[in-house]
Design a protein around this ligand. Sequence first.
Ligand code: ARG
Length: 473
Amino acid sequence: MPKNTDSDLQSQFANKAQAWSARFSEPVSELVKRYTASVEFDQRMAQVDIQGSLAHADMLASIGILTTADLTSIERGMARIQEEIANGSFQWSLDLEDVHLNIEKRLVELVGDAGKRLHTGRSRNDQVATDIRLWVRNEIDIAIELLHELRRKLAGLALEHADTIMPGFTHLQVAQPVTFGHHLLAYAEMFGRDAERLADCRKRVNRLPLGAAALAGTSYPIDRERVARSLGFDEVCRNSLDAVSDRDFAIEFCAAAALIMTHVSRLSEELVLWMSPRVGFIDLADRYCTGSSIMPQKKNPDVPELARGKTGRVNGNLVALLTLMKGQPLAYNKDNQEDKEGLFDSADTVRDTLTIFVDMVGGIRVKADAMRAAALQGFATATDLADYLVKKGVPFRDAHETVAHAVRECEQRGCDLADLPLADLQGFHADIKEDIYQVLTLEGSVAARKHIGGTAPERVRIEAQRILGEDSD
Ligand code: ARG
């Protein structure tokens, strides 16, 4: 945007550049103009602003407030404006405050009086609320599709690694063996809930505020249902005061975005950990990593680290929006203009992050041997030994105690439970028989957990296939 000088400002003011300027006797200062304007960030809503204006104009024509000729002129003018915006020739002006006034002013330049009639029965207050809803709705649809793609990528990798065994952790201590496929599908669950949450949020986004005008509605015999239909809204907002001031839908979207990023962040944390040479479970493709300017040996997982970092900002956007709303009396207040930057940022961050993760997850190189070796350490099958005794009639608490003694013995000898000779195991409990060695293997442990939600390869295959076969709607 060109920086306006004071003399520009004076002359534009003299030309009544501002839509509301006739009432005012002195221009706002350059700083106040910049402070109050939103065009630098809300111009990205131009497309939906035009869409909303066209639906409004069509409705005004349908009730006889605009003539067919006016409507045709408005449509022609808007088509031209769309072209100018697309080819970068549209002149955005800070004097015209926001996207709405910039487009309206240009329309008047292009089509004259028909353009001046467009704002009949409408205010920027219901206009902006409509624009944001249309914009968010589109972002929701994109994010839902990306979440499904990511789920499919996770399920594809899970299918490949349904049999790959890794240690499962609690408290970051080796707990029980799990399959890597199962571990990946945990994230597919999270992203599935995220998609559901967005679909639910979309229901409340998809209501039409237009018709509320400034706050009290309008005296024109408007047909709100018609506007709702032409813009694809499912419902019409039922109270004009609420319609212009409600930003719950944006808060819900930001909350859903924060949760998506929180899930991405948890996954990122694991990717970083798994890629550490100390763990060495996976490798990420070079295009997601960077080197160090000083340490030639380094390959740093920058993308997951940044995703983890950006989550903080997306969480912050949610809190900012909640705080923006908490003190506002009905109805519209200019505070509301502050709703956009954080909202846009959350949507952009989610979109970029998911797009990158779809590709990155597909390219994870799994080091199955390292996973298996790690699962063999830390007595990961101790619970299986306890369960074995329970099946022989030993109460679980006693079995737990018995296995604790066996683990202690192994620690002293520096060996695994499966390395103890049968006679020694029988020293802990006489009911232990030769078949214990199947139970103590990693494969036996995971295969036994084949119920719904379990880690068994057979179950992972079923779940992964289910996700791959899902219809993404
Ligand atoms: N740019 C404004 C916003 O983002 C549009 C609505 C302005 N309404 C007003 N009464 N000043 O909220």
